[in-house]
Design a protein around this ligand. Structure first.
Ligand code: S6P
Ligand code: ZN
Length: 188
C-alpha cells in the first residue's frame, strides 16, 4: 500500500499535504465589502479577518479536476455587520461546490442569477451544496473562529465582482445580540 499523501483533521479541517497553499485577508483588503464604511475606516487595516489553506492536486484551470480547502473566519464585526468572506461566483458559471462546517457557527449567504438571496445555517457537520451560477459568501455569527472545508472544480475560477456594494442583496448584522439576515433595500 502507498503511504498516505494528504491528511485532514476532520474535527477542525486542518490540512497537512505537501505543497499546501495559503492566503490571508486583512480588513484593509476588504474595502467596500462591509456596509458601514466609517466603522471600517476606524479599525486596524492589519487585522486578519480570514485565512484559507488549499490543495491543488492538479494545475489551476484543469478541466475535470478538483481542489480542496479550509477557510477560517475570525469572530468580529465592522459596525454591526459580522466578519465574512469577500464572496464570489465562479468564472465558469456552471461549476458547483461543496462546503462542510467543522467548527463554529455561521451563515452561508447565497444569491442565484435571478437575484434571489437566501442563507443556510452553518454548524459543525452541516454540509452545503452550492449549485453552479450561485454566488457564495460565509459570515461568522459566533464568538469563536468559524471553519469550513470546501471542494470545488479546478477550472472554476473566481469572479469577485458581486462582492462589493449591494451585490449580494442582503447582509447579516447583529441586532440586540442576535444575528439577523436582512435583505437590502428594505426598511428596518
Ligand atoms: C473557493 C471556495 C473557498 C473560498 C474561501 C474564501 O471556490 O469558495 O475556498 O475561496 O472561502 O472566500 P473568497 O470569497 O474570499 O474567495
Ligand atoms: Zn467558490
Amino acid at each position: 500500500m502507498n503511504p498516505v499523501f494528504a491528511f485532514v483533521n476532520w474535527a477542525d479541517g486542518a490540512m497537512q499535504v505537501p505543497g499546501l497553499r495559503s492566503s490571508e485577508k486583512k480588513l484593509g483588503q476588504l474595502k467596500g465589502i462591509f456596509r458601514d464604511q466609517e466603522a471600517w475606516r476606524k479599525l486596524d487595516p492589519e487585522t486578519i479577518v480570514y485565512r484559507v489553506w488549499w490543495w491543488e492536486p492538479v494545475a489551476s484551470g484543469t478541466e475535470g479536476g478538483l481542489f480542496w480547502g479550509t477557510t477560517e473566519i475570525q469572530p468580529g464585526r465592522v459596525g454591526n455587520e459580522y466578519y465574512m468572506t469577500h464572496g464570489h461566483r465562479h468564472l465558469i458559471r456552471n461549476r458547483a461546490e461543496f462546503y462542510g462546517t467543522t467548527v463554529g457557527t455561521g451563515k452561508l449567504v447565497l444569491r442565484d442569477e435571478n437575484g434571489n438571496t437566501w442563507a443556510e445555517e452553518m454548524t459543525p457537520g452541516s454540509l452545503h451544496y452550492i449549485a453552479g451560477n450561485v454566488a457564495h459568501r460565509v459570515v461568522n455569527i459566533g464568538s469563536m473562529p468559524l471553519r469550513f472545508v470546501a471542494c470545488w472544480p479546478s477550472d472554476a475560477g473566481h469572479d469577485y465582482e458581486i462582492a462589493g456594494g449591494q451585490g449580494f442583496g442582503a447582509q447579516v448584522i447583529e441586532e440586540h445580540g442576535n444575528p439577523v439576515f436582512k435583505a437590502l433595500g428594505t426598511t428596518a
